[in-house]
Design a protein around this ligand. Sequence first.
Ligand code: HEM
Length: 335
Amino acid sequence: MISALWILTANSFMQEPVGYALRNGRAEMVDFFALLGNPQLWYEFPHVLFGALLTGSFFVAGISAFKLLRKQQVHLFKSSFQIAIVVGLVSSILVALAGHSQAQHLMETQPMKMAASEAQWETSGESAPWTLFAVIDTDEHKNSGALEIPHLFSILAYNKINGVVPGIHQLQAEYEAKYGPGNYIPPVKTTFWSFRIMVFAGGIMILMALYGTIMTMRNKLEGRRIFLKMMPWAIALPYIANTTGWIMTEVGRQPWIVFGLQKTPDGVSPTVSTGMVWSSFLGFTLVYGILAIVLVYLFIISIRKGPDMGGHGDSSAREPMLYDNQDGKGAEVHA
Ligand code: HEM
């Protein structure tokens, strides 16, 4: 949590710079507590934390479902599924609520990011719809084949059915008047689709967690084999949402590296060559790639082995004795 706090404190400065003074063309920190009190931080932090909780809960629920399908350590994995799915339900709802308030904050601080996340070229009428799907033409600045939910963008932005949402063209003119000539439009398709993928993944997780919780409460989980088969695949959903969330946050901020202060091309260090950037990029990718392979391999080994029940030797061999006594219904069978 502390690590997330510091990383997001730095990231929030890039989204909403505070606590600095410009001296000799450099932004110097003058108020550390202003950085910690950055409103952007207190919108981002809960969203990221609930997202992490959701990731953990779907991981545990997915592995538990996998074990339940194979009828391994059933009693144990029923309990772990139950805990994980309830945590998943609560955190999926909280991550959506936190994301909703983040979107409202963005309307005030980075309206261009929100307009791009909707591919909304023109300022809306009295009420703005939320686009489920659209074919975006970034050359002509128009969309076709849009499937829209009426009022939803106004509700997302202002908690009201009606509310005018400024479009990309209007904001471009406003930014030019404020920051000088230039192109202030971020990559619209990437921002639009990353937002949608995150929100759709979040929506699917809410539904799956709700269904899983209801089935667990009714003690019908083991009969829902299709659902149990889907759960291990659903482990990917929070990873997809986290990644697309970051893509939206960072790509949607372009062309700024620090919003309103420094553009991305101006952030390129003159002392670092293209070759150096490539070699560190490839080096990090290689190291993290190897670590990821090792991690997945270790995961697979420990998932196959199952948890250590505290005894000697094969944990699964001891388990029937334990569960015989707990549920009074006889031993669970191991595959
Ligand atoms: C379901 C509804 C969701 C909504 C309305 C929503 C909204 C948002 C918004 C508006 C941003 C951009 C914030 C910014 O640029 O300052 C964002 C970023 C992000 N989202 Fe979501 N989100 C949702 C679901 C999720 C889920 C399910 C996850 C992960 C499990 C997630 C993870 C992230 C991450 C990691 C970021 C980047 C960090 C940040 O800016 O907070 N989001 N989300």
